[in-house]
Design a protein. Structure first.
Ligand code: FAD
Ligand code: SF4
Length: 507
């Protein structure tokens, strides 16, 4: 009796449940692991080179680790998964193919049809990559129920006793320390360098292959990401020791000369299965109890890792893509060319775009308050924004992009995950960063020569969508300020925004 275990590229778990099941039922000698580098999947978008390098190198290192542990591994390069699986089945003739359920919808649909496609016995186990899979926090929730992140987060924290004195009592007597957080970074603060990993021979081989096989976007140079569990763990420790102590304090800050600041840059690893969210939250919690980080910073990180991350995945799973892709605003405009080369006079956007093109990463506030803020104010078609993010970010997967880009970023779902559209003028960007000082545009001007585009686009958005926004009480303060714009000013705002949005000149 032989059995095959198919491990997907974003399921690189130290303890993979399908492997454990196959081994316990049939013995290690009977198990063959099948892993497939699918050409079709790697070409679904024109991906960032560093994302392809990260995934393929991490997969090859994972396969090598399993071989060292004594597993038989069949590592295949195939046109697509079906081809890879068919060739594997023909060569190994297993009685059964076991796998863990995919997270992304197209992966789930494919696995559901697999037994028919392969004419073979297929066993699919539940996915265990998220904490909410273990507790099902809202078993009776109907799709139309508005369940907010804060309530969801408290359930997860309570259940796993993260930073809790009892099941219902949060450490420090508060669930949230935002009032102490979200400060701009003073100029004289020096941010610790993030740990970097030199590519080994496997990674160097992957880089050469990707250069030859794929028309990838972004730069190949300076690939320094973790590609094994050990390296990812070192990256996690590096974060906990050096950046967690100011994570919450400067969570929303941006800086022209630095991109990661006090963020973790752990999403690429946790999304691949190289790190586990609960263990990361527990490492942060331990830093608090050992007196190495204050509660506002630790709670801020735990909220992101097991609050927002779990909530987004849960909403994606229960609602599906259709709810998010609703295109609430009805926007049709395509992204302008400068999103692919970073050539714009807007200093904030230029720096953030350059970071994305170089490394496929920017931190949350740059994604939300620079990139998607601009995309929403400039009325870009949500699908083209989604495709751009999916192409360029090294941590992008359908389950996390759909709720974040369509939902949180663009409010294209009409408010399923967010309670209001995240829009802001230059005021916010200037308060939280030092971009505006070096900009061609004048952050203080709403209209006229060199007026900051974030300003006239912001007012244009409020004017144009006033009747829709009025229904949202969280927008009341922003709308209130419209009364300071007389008809002449309103006309100038409309005119300048409409001219700008033609993107005729280099912007
Ligand atoms: P940190 O700031 O250090 O946060 C710690 C961890 O919390 C992250 O590693 C991540 O795992 C988790 N997290 C925090 N916020 C979110 C969130 N909103 N959704 C899911 N997880 C969260 N996250 C991705 O993993 N992949 C994406 O492709 C992605 N695209 C995004 C696009 C937009 C428009 C927006 C607004 C957010 C997006 N996010 C995405 C969420 C978030 O911005 C990133 O998870 C975070 O910036 C990753 O960097 P970090 O590891 O340094 O995060
Ligand atoms: Fe960005 Fe406007 Fe500030 Fe320039 S002035 S950096 S475009 S917000």
């Amino acid at each position: 009796m032989s059995v095959s275990v198919w491990i997907l590229g974003d399921q690189l778990l130290i303890d993979h449940p399908a492997l454990a099941k196959a081994e316990s039922e049939f013995g290690r000698q009977a198990v063959t692991v099948i892993m497939i580098e699918s050409h079709a999947s790697a070409q679904r978008y024109q991906f960032h080179a560093k994302k392809l390098i990260l995934i393929f190198s991490a997969m090859r290192h994972y396969a090598a680790m399993l071989s060292q542990k004594g597993y038989m591994v069949d590592y295949r390069y195939a046109a697509d998964f079906t081809e890879g699986l068919k060739v594997h089945l023909k060569a190994h003739r297993p009685e059964r193919l076991i796998m863990m359920a995919a997270i992304n919808r197209d992966g789930i649909d494919y696995q559901n049809r697999l037994s028919e496609i392969l004419n073979s016995q297929v066993t699919k186990l539940e996915n265990i990559q998220f904490l909410h899979h273990q507790i099902n926090p809202y078993p009776k929730a109907k799709p139309e129920d508005a369940i907010r992140q804060e309530a969801f987060y408290r359930k997860i924290r309570g259940h796993f006793r993260l930073l809790m004195t009892s099941e219902n009592e949060p450490e420090g007597g508060q669930w949230n320390f935002d009032k102490q957080n979200r400060n701009p970074i003073p100029d004289d603060v020096t941010i610790p360098e993030i740990i970097r990993f030199s590519p080994d021979h496997i990674t160097l081989e992957v880089i050469e292959e990707i250069k030859q096989k794929f028309d990838a976007i972004g730069t190949y140079e300076d690939f320094d990401l973790a590609v094994t569990h050990e390296e990812a763990q070192q990256a996690a420790k590096d974060f906990i020791e050096y950046r967690l102590p100011f994570f919450g304090t400067y969570e929303d800050a941006m800086r022209q000369q630095d991109s990661i600041l006090y963020h973790s840059k752990l999403s690429p690893y946790v999304n691949l299965g190289l790190l586990e969210p609960l263990k990361l939250a527990q490492m942060a919690e331990q830093a608090f109890y050992e007196g190495d980080a204050e509660i506002n910073n630790v709670e801020g990180f735990i909220r992101q890792m097991v609050g927002w991350r779990e909530y987004m995945a849960w909403q994606y799973k229960r609602l599906g893509s259709e709810v998010f892709e609703a295109n609430y605003w009805g926007f049709k405009r395509e992204l302008p060319a400068f999103f692919w080369d970073g050539k714009t006079l807007m200093n904030c956007l230029k720096h953030v775009l350059e970071r994305v093109l170089k490394d496929g990463y920017t931190h949350h506030i740059e994604r939300l308050m620079v990139l998607s803020n601009f995309c929403l104010l400039a009325e870009f078609n949500p699908k083209s924004v989604f495709d751009w993010f999916s192409s360029l970010f090294i941590d992008a997967y359908d389950w996390v992009m759909v709720p974040n880009v369509y939902g949180m970023g663009l409010f294209a779902d009409g408010g399923t995950v967010g309670t209001k559209p995240y829009i802001a003028s230059a005021n916010y960007i200037n308060k939280m960063s030092n971009f505006c000082g070096d900009c061609h545009y004048d952050r203080k001007k709403r209209v006229g020569k060199n007026a900051c585009p974030f300003n006239f686009l912001y007012w244009h958005f409020l004017l144009k969508n006033e009747s829709i926004l009025k229904k949202n009480y969280r927008m009341a303060r922003m709308l209130y300020n419209l009364k300071y714009l007389d008809e002449n000013e309103r006309q100038k705002v409309r005119q300048q925004a409409e001219n700008f949005l033609k993107f005729e000149k280099q912007e």
